[in-house]
Structure formats: structure tokens, C-alpha cells
Write a protein that binds this ligand. Sequence first.
Ligand code: 5GP
Length: 119
Amino acid sequence: LDGTYDEANIFALILQGKIPSTKLYEDENTFAFLDIMPQTRGHALVISKWSKARNLLEMEDEALAQVMATTKKVATAIRKALNPDGIQIAQFNGAPAGQTIFHLHVHILPRWEGDPKGF
Ligand code: 5GP
């Protein structure tokens, strides 16, 4: 969990427009886009546009509230678009916990009855 924020992490580059992404939603403070290796149909990610938090333990409460509000908005839109039976929200902190990109992100995973379990 220790370390410093890498300004050139993949999600920072996506925010700078240096790496393309499929945008689902954007506002002043947050950005939501499709995961490049989806675990389920409609697998989306939500990030803060300004916070340099690598993980939940570092994130400012204000940024966290913004990210979670956007998570709810995008999950609601995904529900309307894809009609999943459930929606899993996942968030990993530290490499041993499965984190691979060190810019805090929330996974939104639409789930259907009978799907393999996933995360
Ligand atoms: P983590 O394991 O860190 O919680 O999740 C990182 C997620 O980012 C993974 O689900 C992975 O598929 C996704 N990802 C990695 N590189 C890219 C990329 O360049 N673009 C997008 N859209 N997603 C990425």
C-alpha cells in the first residue's frame, strides 16, 4: 500500500487523452469508461479526474463521494441498457489484493443469473 502516485499510470494517460478509451460518462470531477478486458458484458470503471490517490486509504473524502456518486449513475444507466440480474461493485487496494493500476478505480460488473462467479 506504500508508494507514490505514478503520473504516467494508464488511467492518468487516459485522462490526458494519450490513451484512447470508450467513455461512458464524464463530469467535472469523474470519468467512467469501459474496461479493455471485460470480465462481463458492460464491465465499466470509474475514476477521479483530480485525485492522486492510488487507493481507497489515500483518497480524499470529497473525491471518494464524487467517484461513488458517479458509480451509482453509471450502474443505473447500465441497468437500463443491459438489464442485468445483479451489479457487482469491486475495488482493489495494493498488488496482493489484485490491483494492477495504481490510480483508484471502482469496477462496475453487471451480473446475470448463471454467470461464472468472477472476482
Ligand atoms: P485492477 O486489477 O487494478 O483493479 O483493475 C485494472 C483494470 O484496468 C483491469 O480490469 C484491466 O482490464 C483494465 N485496464 C488495463 N489497461 C487498460 C486500458 O488501457 N484501458 C482500459 N479501458 N482498461 C484497462
